[in-house]
Ligand binder design. Sequence first.
Ligand code: ARG
Length: 621
Amino acid sequence: MASTDPVEPITTALRAAIARAIGCEPSDQRADPVIRPSANPKFGDFQANFAMALAKQSGSKPRDLAVAIAEAAAPGCEPFAEPFEVAGPGFINIRLKPEALRRALVAMDSPDLGVQPLGAGRTVAVDLCGVNVAKQMHVGHLRATIIGDTIARIHERLGWTTCRQNHLGDWGLPIAMVLDRLRNEPANLDALTLDDLNRAYRAAQHEGRGDGAGLAAARAAGSGPHRLAELELQCEDAAAALESAKRTLVKLQAGDLELVRDWQKLIDVTMREVYESARTLGVHLPPESERGESFFRDKLQPAIQAFVDSKIAERDQGALVVRFPGRERPLLIQKSDGAALYATTDLAALRYRIQDLGAEKVIYCVDARQRDHFIDVFDAVEMIGWTRVARRDGTTTEAELVHVPFGSVLGADRKPLKTRSGENFTLKALLDEACARGRREVHARAAEATSPTHGWPAAELDAIGDAVGIAAVKYADLSADVTRDYIFDLDRMVAFDGDTGPYLQYAVARIASIIQRSGAAGTSFAQAPFPADAPEERALALALLRHGTAIAQAADEDAPSRLCQHLSAVAVAFNGFYQACPVLKAEPESLRLGRLRLCHLTQRALTDGLGLLGIAVPQRM
Ligand code: ARG
């Protein structure tokens, strides 16, 4: 299947002409015609800007070069573009022929919307969510979950086989501390909530910490015996709690039946809430994505052994480390007491993802603070040669390992988001607030007599409000460069105008209402000729035709923002079109039907794209 992007054949023709002129392969970087959308439609739809840089290298005049290349490429471009115009010092202005736009729109108006199955036959593993058992999900997990889900969906859309991997923190000391604490309390493990677990976790953490520093300071300051005795006792308690938790961990990891049963209960309580949040967020997180640290418990020793056997790991005071040339920090893969670490589990998990799942791309949607961790883990896996993947077609390739290091969610004070009482924001509290805000917005609009939702039952308005609130939060999170921190500002996120989720939802609902009001059944305009003459029709067509390219680019760069930019450009172009070109009153009938078909294609592209963001599209708003 061919791409629907009409710029593609023009790029190919210009590339070939440049390559011939300078004597290189068309695939050569230097033969790139550097095509960009024109800033001003007066100068055409696109501009090829290669001549300036190229002329500098070859010592010729840019304008002469541009003219020569434009002439050489003309025969190949003739079916797609008006004759080229060379402007200024050597830009080539490109204007697509209306027939070319129409043909491309017809090709796009198919079930797959012109998205090419670039990932067919290939597998990608996406590390997402990664919550820690017995701890409340917080805002950071929101990002790991929705960014991961979107990246997974984008790859799925391109035909990749996608394995979501939820690397739960379910096998370390923190869990043992909670287990220990709960087992020493008269707690009914069958009636627990995540809040109970969270409280136990915090208490255990507090207990385990003691105040060693405080004690040292008190001693240095010559505190009285009373105060010192108190602090000493507290530290002893802490040490005892820690020792006890460590013993519990050893027993758990050795498979003690009773402990394992209780441990499973903690997991169930945690996962119930995770799945509920996933549902609210419109995130696809099937149970088979649960691949927590415990899943790798039998794979840790073999991984460590492989690093020892290959002499990549070396002993350092009883511990095992991997050293990297030119890097001071080594990667610790086994402590001197023989225990494995977070990094060891990631080595084993990466080996599993590549060798067992057959993933040729592994994407980690994890907090930017773990950047160094992943640099080290990826390098270690490369050093030992675990990146080699056997493909289903019998060939082999090197797996691509990607960390998508996302930034933090900040409050208005630019500090990590807190509730009014200064607590960390739990994910649940945040989603509740977003839904409440969405409902308020939707109810207020419905109160206006001219609103399409005027007089609707409250329950339906509530459902739309929830969809709006969630779309607001998700789109704001995904539409900016995910590596940056952002300020959580519900007012801005939930606005119906501007680059927001509700704006896109509203565009879809508006189109649905136009089509409904036209009285036309889908079939009546299915064969109508697409209009591509008015500047606004052309602008909309050009935006739509980037659909497949934008999705592919979002996958290549693991950047949901690329998709968001495309959807926003389509919605803006649609509004421009709708303001300038009457649809329902257009004449003759063929133009009315053609414009309806353009509306319908826009609705489908936006719905498809929002679906990749896991954003629901209410039919009326
Ligand atoms: N549980 C970890 C945390 O909360 C995140 C897991 C990320 N994934 C991974 N493969 N390390 O920090």
